[in-house]
Design a binder for this molecule. Structure first.
Ligand SMILES: NC(=O)c1ccc[n+]([C@@H]2O[C@H](COP(=O)([O-])OP(=O)(O)OC[C@H]3O[C@@H](n4cnc5c(N)ncnc54)[C@H](O)[C@@H]3O)[C@@H](O)[C@H]2O)c1
Ligand SMILES: [Zn+2]
Length: 353
């Protein structure tokens, strides 16, 4: 088992990575700061119960299980309202604990529930998807979508512990493995020169390395007033692509990690058009994305103008177009990117005007 500390000013916590680490949940709950809870609410998806990753959790406290539907559509305020109602009906108190068992959708929803229920109760995350392990479950960003965009309502709420149980990956569908690799590609690129070495590590080391990279950034900027925004590399276009699905007009059927892979390649193409990086560096982006067996092309038939409009709504944007872009000084946040250049880059890589 690997243990990676996330060091924070208040309430640091550990992320455990390894086969079967979910069986440490009982001990983690007993040893929580603030004392062992009398009651625990597990928030999960039926799919996790069916896969067998919930029934063998041993918890020495009264336990209630609440389920949510899978998919981005259930990462919503109405899900939060329903869950909080169920928690009240189950009698969960301020001193009790919510445990999220699942992928990034469950950990975002369960974390946001914990952040807001009774104005905030303790939260433990058991990550079961590769994407949740390397990214979503760690770092304390929680929240839900609106129909007009991704992750627009949320809170910073750090977990008290995170368990990344790699044994649960045995039932993860191949497409979801690819989604996790979308975020791994991001970490490899954020590492700069030599980042490709991340691709050669075995699974446990790779998850541990990504968690350690994220922990370092989160420790230095817990509430994203600066450096933490770099973790959104590739996400400006990714969130716009995901919003097309949330709006319900067209269906791209893109998962988060797939959208991130596309966003990473586009970020390089845009940086090239802005004269920030060489063709070599664009090729390095394509090599890393391709090396992880991911597809970096924007789906056909999308309008560049519509994508630019959606990207203007991104949370990082301050009434302008904001991208995380590679450049001579490495990867950095760039505000005020010219919309006309973004449009022409999108058209160059195959979008309609
Ligand atoms: N909070 C953050 O910092 C952060 C970071 C990155 C991504 N995210 C969010 O995470 C979400 C994506 O997470 P995801 O890719 O894990 O999606 P997900 O939670 O939908 O899980 C993917 C699919 O895999 C299934 N699944 C999960 N674990 C399984 C297992 N062990 N066995 C069988 N099936 C399993 C789920 O039922 C689901 O169908 C997005 O909403 C994204 O915005 C948040
Ligand atoms: Zn992401």
């Amino acid at each position: 088992m690997l243990t990676i500390p996330v060091l924070l000013e208040n309430d640091s916590y550990d992320v455990a990575v390894g086969d079967g680490v979910r069986h440490h949940l009982g001990q983690v709950l007993r040893e929580l700061r603030g004392g062992a809870p009398k009651q625990v609410a597990i928030i999960t998806e039926q799919a996790m119960i069916d896969a067998g990753w919930v029934h063998d959790l041993v918890i020495d406290a009264a336990t209630v299980i609440c389920t949510i539907e899978g998919g981005e559509a259930s990462k919503s305020l109405s899900t939060i309202e329903r869950l909080c109602t169920e928690l009240v009906e189950a009698g969960l108190s301020r001193n009790d604990v919510i445990v999220g068992v699942g992928g990034g959708i469950v950990t975002d929803v369960a974390g946001f529930c914990a952040a807001t229920y009774h104005r905030g109760i303790r939260y433990v995350s058991v990550a079961t998807s590769l994407l949740a392990m390397v990214d979503a479950a760690v770092g304390g960003k929680t929240g839900v979508n609106l129909s007009v965009g991704k992750n627009l309502v949320g809170a910073f709420w750090q977990p008290s512990a995170v368990l990344c149980d790699t044994e649960t990956l045995h039932t993860l569908p191949p497409r979801e493995w690819a989604c996790g690799r979308g975020e791994i590609a991001k970490y490899a690129l954020l590492r700069g020169e030599g980042g490709e070495d991340l691709l050669d590590l075995d699974l446990h080391e790779q998850v541990g390395a990504c968690v350690a990279d994220k922990a370092m950034v989160v420790s230095s900027d817990e509430r994203e007033s600066g450096r933490r925004a770099l973790l959104n590399y590739g996400h400006t276009l990714a969130h716009a692509l995901e919003t097309i699905d949330l709006e319900g007009g067209a269906s791209l059927d893109l998962r988060h990690g797939e959208a991130v892979a596309i966003g990473l390649v586009f970020a390089a193409e845009l940086a090239f058009d802005l004269g920030r990086i060489s063709e070599d560096r664009v090729r390095a982006h394509r090599r890393i994305v391709g090396g992880l067996d991911l597809q970096g092309e924007i789906p056909r038939g999308l309008s560049a103008a519509h994508l630019v409009d959606l990207m203007g709504r991104d949370k990082k944007a301050n009434h302008d177009l904001t991208f995380i872009l590679d450049g001579p000084a490495g990867i950095e946040v760039v505000h005020g990117v010219d919309g006309a250049v973004v449009r022409s880059s999108l058209e160059r890589v195959g979008c309609l005007p």
